[in-house]
Write a protein that binds this ligand. Structure first.
Ligand SMILES: *Cc1c(COP(=O)(O)O)cnc(C)c1O
Length: 379
C-alpha cells in the first residue's frame, strides 16, 4: 500500500475490506530516515530509550523495556521471576498461543481457566480451583481490547503469593477503574505487531514499577552479559532487543496513539449502533469499570443465527469482507491437548468473529459489513 492509499477519503468502499492494517501517517518515515542517515540502526540508539520512556509515561508505570516482539516480552517477564520446570502458570485457554508458549519456553506448565461469557476474558471465579502448591503466576489477558476484572485476581495473587503478569498485547490504553492496563500488576506486556493498536512492524514492551524486575529484564534481554565484564555470562540470556529503527517507528506511532484509540472506539460505536437489533448476534460489552479500546471489533454468531460462524466468514469473504475466527481453545490444540471441558471458552471460540477493525475503515464500509452480516441471517 502506498502512502496515498493510506489517506483514504471519507466515503470510500474498498473492493477488499481488511480486518486490520497499519497506519503510518505521522513522523515514521522522517524518524526512520534519521536512523539511517546517522547510522544508528541497531539496538543502541536514542529512539530506543525515548520509546521506552514515552511508553512508560503513556501507561503510567515507572519503567518500560522494549523487546523484539510481544512473545519475547512475555518470556522475559516469566524468566525474570525464574519460572521453570515444575512450576504452573494460570492462563485463559481463549488467547493467542504466545501466552501459553512463553510458559512452555520456561519449561513450566500452563494451566487453563475458563472465561467470562460477556467480557470473554479470564474468569476470576474459576482461578482458585486451579491452584496447586506448584502455582507461581497468573497471566490475565485483556482480550480484544477489554480489560480483565483485575481486583479479584490481584487479591488471589496476594493471598497465595503469586506473580501477576498482564498480557496487554491487544489493549494499549484500555483502562480498569481509571488505571491503564499494564500498570495494574507486577508486569505488563505489550505487542507492536503490524495489526496491533500501534505498531513497530515487530516489537514488544514490558512495563513495571519494580526497579529490580526492570533491571533484570534489560540484563536477560541483552544476552545476560555481566555488567562489569564484557563477554562474561553468569546466566543464560536471550537476544530479545528491539532496533533503533523499530523504536523510531514506535515513537512516531506513540505520537498518534490517542487518535488511533479514539478511532477504534468510534468504529465500535458505529458497529454497535448498526447491529444493536440484529437477531442472533451478541455484541461486545464494556463493563462499568472498563474502558474497552476495541482492538478488534468482535461479535458472537449465536446458534440461532441462520448459519454458523465459519459459513458467515466464507460469505463475508465472497463480498470482499475479511474477518477472523476467535482464537481456538488452547486445550484443544496438540501441544496442550486435554479432555478438560471449559464450556464458555469452547462456545465463544466457536461463535466469535473479529470484524474489520482497521483504522482506515470508512463509515460506508462499516455499513456494508453490517448490511451483509444481517442479510446472511435473513437468507
Ligand atoms: C499479539 C499477541 C501476543 C504476541 O505478540 P507478538 O508481538 O506477535 O509476539 C501475545 N499475546 C496476545 C494476546 C497477542 O494478541
Amino acid at each position: 500500500m502506498t502512502r496515498k492509499d493510506s489517506e483514504q477519503g471519507e466515503g470510500t468502499v474498498r473492493d477488499f475490506i481488511p480486518v486490520a492494517e497499519p497506519v503510518l501517517g505521522g513522523n515514521e518515515l522522517a524518524y526512520v530516515t534519521e536512523c539511517i542517515e546517522t547510522n544508528w540502526i541497531s539496538s543502541i540508539g536514542a529512539y530506543v530509550s525515548r520509546f521506552e520512556e514515552e511508553f512508560a509515561a503513556f501507561i503510567g508505570t515507572e519503567y518500560a523495556a522494549t523487546a523484539c516482539n510481544g512473545t519475547a516480552a512475555l518470556h522475559l517477564a516469566l524468566a525474570c521471576y525464574d519460572i521453570g520446570p515444575g512450576d504452573e502458570v494460570i492462563i485463559p485457554s481463549l488467547t493467542f498461543a504466545s501466552t501459553a508458549f512463553a510458559v512452555s519456553y520456561c519449561g513450566a506448565k500452563p494451566v487453563f481457566v475458563d472465561v467470562e461469557p460477556d467480557t470473554w476474558c479470564m474468569n476470576p471465579a474459576h482461578i482458585e480451583a486451579k491452584l496447586t502448591k506448584n502455582t507461581r503466576a497468573i497471566i490475565p489477558v485483556h482480550l480484544y481490547g477489554h480489560p480483565v476484572d483485575m481486583d479479584p485476581i490481584l487479591s488471589i495473587a496476594q493471598e497465595h503469593d503469586l506473580y501477576v503478569v498482564e498480557d496487554a498485547a491487544e489493549a494499549h490504553g484500555a483502562e480498569y477503574k481509571d488505571k491503564r492496563v499494564g500498570a495494574l500488576s507486577d508486569v505488563g506486556v505489550f505487542s507492536f505487531y503490524g495489526n496491533k493498536i500501534i505498531t513497530t512492524g515487530e516489537g514488544g514492551m514490558l512495563t513495571t514499577n519494580n526497579r529490580d524486575i526492570y533491571e533484570r529484564t534489560l540484563y536477560i534481554r541483552d544476552v545476560a552479559m555481566a555488567p562489569t565484564r564484557r563477554y562474561w555470562h553468569n546466566d543464560i540470556g536471550y537476544n530479545y532487543r528491539l532496533t533503533n529503527i523499530q523504536a523510531a517507528i514506535g515513537v512516531a506511532q506513540l505520537e498518534q496513539i490517542d487518535g488511533m484509540i479514539a478511532k477504534k472506539i468510534a468504529i465500535a460505536d458505529k458497529y454497535n449502533s448498526l447491529l444493536k437489533n440484529a437477531e442472533g448476534i451478541t455484541l461486545p460489552v464494556e463493563k462499568s469499570w472498563a474502558r474497552n479500546v476495541f482492538w478488534m471489533y468482535s461479535v458472537l454468531i449465536g446458534d440461532e443465527f441462520g448459519m454458523d460462524r465459519d459459513e458467515v466468514m466464507h460469505e463475508l469473504k465472497k463480498q470482499g469482507i475479511d474477518s477472523r475466527p476467535f482464537f481456538y481453545p488452547l486445550h484443544h490444540m496438540p501441544p496442550y491437548l486435554s479432555e478438560e471441558e471449559l464450556p464458555v471458552t469452547e462456545r465463544i471460540s466457536r461463535q466469535g468473529i473479529n470484524l474489520p477493525s482497521g483504522n482506515l475503515l470508512s463509515d460506508e464500509e462499516i455499513a456494508k459489513v453490517c448490511d451483509t452480516l444481517k442479510s446472511l441471517n435473513a437468507g
